[in-house]
Structure formats: C-alpha cells, structure tokens
Design a protein. Sequence first.
Length: 263
Amino acid sequence: MKHFICIAMLFLTSIAFSQKPFFKRIKTNNVDIALFSDGTWQYISNYDHSNVLDTSLYENPPISFSGCKKIICSYTNSKKEYTRIIPFLQKDVIDNKTSQEYQLEYYKESSADSFLQVRMKLFGKSVSILFSGIAFDILSIDTSRSIYLLKVFHSNGLQTWYYPVYNIEKNLNVSKPGGLLGSTFGECFFEIRYKNRTFAVETFIDKNNNIKPNPIFINNKDFIDNNSLSRETGFFNNVLKAKSYIENKYDFNKLLEQEIKKQ
C-alpha cells in the first residue's frame, strides 16, 4: 500500500503546479487512479475503496462555516498525511452549468506561492448558486460601492466563493442550486476552495455536469500555509484589477439615453 501511495504522489508532484487543467489516468497495483493538476487524486472505478487506503493516514475536513469572518483565514496545518473530501451529491449541482458561459483564469494570490489559483469567470448580469450549501457568509470587498464576496459552505468541508457581487438577494437561500444570488457587473468569479487552495471545477464534475462519485484525496504537505496576511493583500489587489477592468466597460445604452435627454 505504501508503494502505491508513493507512486501516486510522485505523479502528483510532477503535475500539481501545471498552469492548465490536467487530467492523467494511471494504473498501479491494478487500481485506476485519476491525477489532477490541483494536487488531488481519486480512484476511478466505482467500487468501495474505503479499505484500500489506511484510514489512519487521512482525515475528513471539518465543516468550516463557524469561526473566521475574514476574506482570507488562517488555518492550522493537518497532522495527518491526507485529507479525504467526499464528493458532492448530484442534487447539489445546478442542472445548466454547462450552458453558463465561462472561462478559466489562473492567478497568484501570494508572491510566495509556487502554484496558481484557478477560478471560473462567469458572464452575465446576475449569478446563481452553482452548488447548494448549508450556510453562507457575505463579506464586504468595497464598502463605498456595496460590493461583496459570498462564501457558501458545504457539508464536505469545501467552500465556494462568488465575487464581486452586488444587490445580494434579501432572502438568500443557498440550500438549493440555481437560486439567484445577486447582480454582477457583467461578469463575476467562482472558486471552489479548501483552506486557501482552489480547485478546478472539473475535479468534481465531468464535462456532462455529472458528479464524479469517488472521494478526492489531498496531500496535506502541499497545503502548508503561513502567509495569510500577504495572501489577503494579493487577493484584494487581484480583485481591484478585475474591478478596474469592469469599471472601464461603459454602458453605451445609458450613455446614449443621457445624450438624448440633453437635446
């Protein structure tokens, strides 16, 4: 078993910091494994693998909606070798994600990072809940313009983030996917997070929007993070760049109406 884990981790080390989404399938000890560029791996076949990996090596992440109310939080490092994240349920993912126009983006949150964060840029005047959750926090990004980041917390220990968003729904309910979250400036960002690392959405669902059924395993040594202050600065700087880009997009219909009123 240790030999199997070492082989898997060697492959992960070589691809974990790829700048593009990466999927590699390998077979070791007659077991199929999927390796992802975000540093995670999972068993491919659908039989129960609960007894294949020694449970003393891994922990299940705690639900993280209590405690920290900041954008970037500090986390204690895990004492175990791996974290096991159970998959979402099919009922928890929005039906029409594939019809939502988006593109993948990569950015550095801290200059000390040797990896890039990944997020989806969603296009549209509003944004809906893509994965249902059990709780949420609304955190201010820009108080002068009432622009927010919404954190949705999930029972498998993950968080999903949406930003920048305004006109947050007054009776926001994140328990069902597809519910309206709020308004955007024509685009907003979506991230899947565990602690202070992001994951490509393709790690959890396939191209047909079906949930990948097997648990995700994280090598905890890749998640050691002692840079929460610089990370928060990097996150805000990145948001400001995006906001500046958004503010330079003029609404020509409104400008035309203004000119007509002047005549």
